[in-house]
Design a protein around this ligand. Structure first.
Ligand code: PGA
Length: 249
């Protein structure tokens, strides 16, 4: 497993100038002793604000999506080069909400990961099954298919990505995968990465889906859970700081 865990907040479409200011100041003040890597993935309009607020702190900046295109007539899209100009280090790609509401396919997600990598941004590639898929015994098939597309397009660069296993039924529902359920899928993903790169052990495989201050420690204690992608609990500084503390233990 990687040397340090990675805790990434996914603010989704939440925040305001005022709320972000209070949240980031509290995080920067509270995470001085963190022994894990920490990032916040913020809505694009707030990148400049958070870049200024985090100045000098160990808090990395992330985006929530990126265009697969370099530039041009793509109204509403944001390019990887633009994100880079704002000091973005991570970018979530293929979040289940984008797959579900914006029709993102496995192939598109793989292209977005490639574009991010080409601009020095680490893609956090999300995979995960729906409840219906889990109940039909298709969890393994679904996550393998999703990751295989990214491996196919990115070749040996695959060791540079971060993977996030986010069972769709656990996102924002308060239902977390048990540490054993999550570990089982993480081990599968690690094996799949190992077939593609000799560096699979250094790839962060994060768990996401209702991770919170109460359940973080037991999830993070699993051998193949290298951190978390946290939605709801990343909007509350005390909760997010407790997760950071659990990942620093
Ligand atoms: P949640 O979201 O922690 O609110 O369940 C996680 C995510 O969607 O990244």
């Amino acid at each position: 497993m990687p040397e340090k865990k990675l805790i990434a907040g996914n603010w989704k479409m939440n925040g305001s100038l005022e709320a972000n200011d209070a949240l980031v100041r509290a995080l920067v003040a509270g995470m001085r002793d963190a022994r894990c890597d920490v990032a916040v993935c913020v809505p694009a309009p707030y990148l400049a604000q958070v870049q200024m607020l985090r100045h000098g702190a160990k808090l990395d900046l992330g985006a929530q999506d990126v265009s697969q295109h370099a530039q041009g007539a793509y109204t509403g899209e944001v390019s990887a080069a633009m994100l880079r100009e704002f000091g973005v280090r991570f970018c979530i790609v293929g979040h289940s909400e984008r797959r579900q509401y914006h029709g993102e396919t496995d192939g598109l997600v793989a292209e977005k990961a490639k574009t991010a990598l080409a601009h020095g941004i680490t893609p956090i590639v999300c995979v995960g099954e729906t409840l219906a898929e889990r109940e039909a015994g298709k969890t393994e098939e679904v996550v393998k298919r999703q990751l295989a597309a990214v491996i196919h397009v990115n070749g040996h660069c695959i060791s540079e990505i971060v993977v996030a296993y986010e069972p769709v039924w656990a996102i924002g529902t308060g239902k977390t995968a048990s540490p054993e359920q999550a570990q089982q899928v993480h081990a599968l993903l690690r094996k799949q990465l190992a077939a593609a790169t000799a560096q699979a052990e250094r790839v962060h495989i994060l768990y996401g889906g209702s991770m919170n201050a109460a359940n973080a420690a037991s999830l993070l204690a699993q051998p193949d859970i290298d951190g978390g992608l946290i939605g709801g609990a990343s909007l509350k500084a005390p909760d997010f700081l407790q997760i950071i503390a659990a990942a620093s233990a």
